[in-house]
Design a protein around this ligand. Structure first.
Ligand code: NCD
Length: 306
């Protein structure tokens, strides 16, 4: 039963519950008109303390496409946080105004903590460098629609695997399915966090770490490119040194499988050359479209208004 629940970490939901959301998302994708009034009278609150294009706008689009409404703010400067209000008080207040909250905040753990003050379901829409579970639902829907399955896949993650919260959430989710192999491609300084490697070991998942994309690209079924997370660096010189380490272009793709699926949560900076956009394997803008559908399915489940 997903009604009334929070979504803070990817593993708050069981495999069966995620599959349930995916099935509903696929139904919505086929016949969106059947859902256009499902959330009439319902209001989503978007509390975004950090910049966002896709996550916030796809949440807004999702509730509108379900016939509901949306209120919120897109930067803390326009909320009472700038007057010194605590996060707890903001959440207690807003949960009187809305039926479900989507919150993004630069601090790791903020959604979990904030959810204790909310009287309505709270959806973590990114908490610092920690987790981003609705991007994972988006990524999984894209994988389902393109590969038709969540198991038996070799999944490469490339770029900033240390601070990239979308990587952390998707790794956790895909590690719950059988026979996936993970290839983590990053510079030494931006490797996947130790706690995730321990989790993979505990689940007996197979993975490897690599430094060169060219060396491993040929074995991948999915390549998940990521941006180096400038805002999480303490030192600008480190960011500048690492930011253009991986650039996917047509030349590198020559060695890739013909049915590779190229994903990226976006925004892209330099890590995928624009020439790749015309390659049929490039799915990242389609992925952004699935972000609306996945969030429609999630909202319906949390509100219990199917
Ligand atoms: C990601 C994020 O905010 O973590 N973007 C998104 O939500 N689609 C990835 C990023 O900012 O690099």
């Amino acid at each position: 039963m997903l009604k009334g629940r929070n979504l803070i970490n990817t593993d708050d939901f069981s495999v069966e519950e995620i599959d349930e959301i995916m099935a509903l998302a696929q139904d919505i994708n086929k016949s969106p008109e059947n859902f256009s009034n499902s959330c009439r009278g319902k209001i989503l609150g978007t509390l975004f303390f950090e910049p966002s294009t896709r996550t916030r706008l796809s949440f807004e689009s999702a509730i509108h496409r379900l016939g509901g409404d949306c209120i919120g703010f897109s930067e803390s400067q326009s909320s009472s946080t700038s007057k010194g209000e605590s996060l707890a008080d903001t959440i207690k207040t807003v949960s009187n105004y809305v039926d479900v909250i989507a919150m993004r905040h630069p601090k790791e753990g903020s959604s979990n903590w904030g959810s204790h003050y909310s009287s309505v379901p709270l959806i973590n829409s990114g908490d610092g460098g920690h987790q981003h579970p609705t991007q994972t639902l988006t990524d999984m829907l894209t994988i389902k629609e393109s590969k038709g399955k969540f198991s038996g896949l070799t999944i490469g993650f490339c770029g900033d695997l240390k601070f990239g919260r979308t990587v952390h959430s998707l790794t956790k989710a895909m590690s719950n399915y059988d026979d996936n192999h993970f290839v983590f491609i990053s510079p030494e300084e931006l490797q996947i966090p130790e706690y995730l490697k321990i989790e993979l070991d505990n689940k007996k998942c197979s993975y490897e770490e690599a430094k060169k994309l060219e060396k491993v690209i040929g074995q991948l079924d999915i390549l998940y490119m990521t941006r180096v997370q400038k805002e999480r660096f303490f030192n600008e010189a480190d960011y500048i040194r690492l930011k253009d380490r991986y650039i996917l272009d047509n030349r590198k793709l020559k060695d890739a499988k013909s049915d590779l699926v190229i994903l990226h949560p976006l925004p892209r900076v330099n890590e995928i050359a624009v020439e790749v956009d015309d390659d049929p394997r490039a799915m990242y803008f389609e992925q952004a479209r699935y972000g609306v559908i996945a969030r429609m399915a999630l909202i319906l489940k949390l509100l219990g208004v199917e």
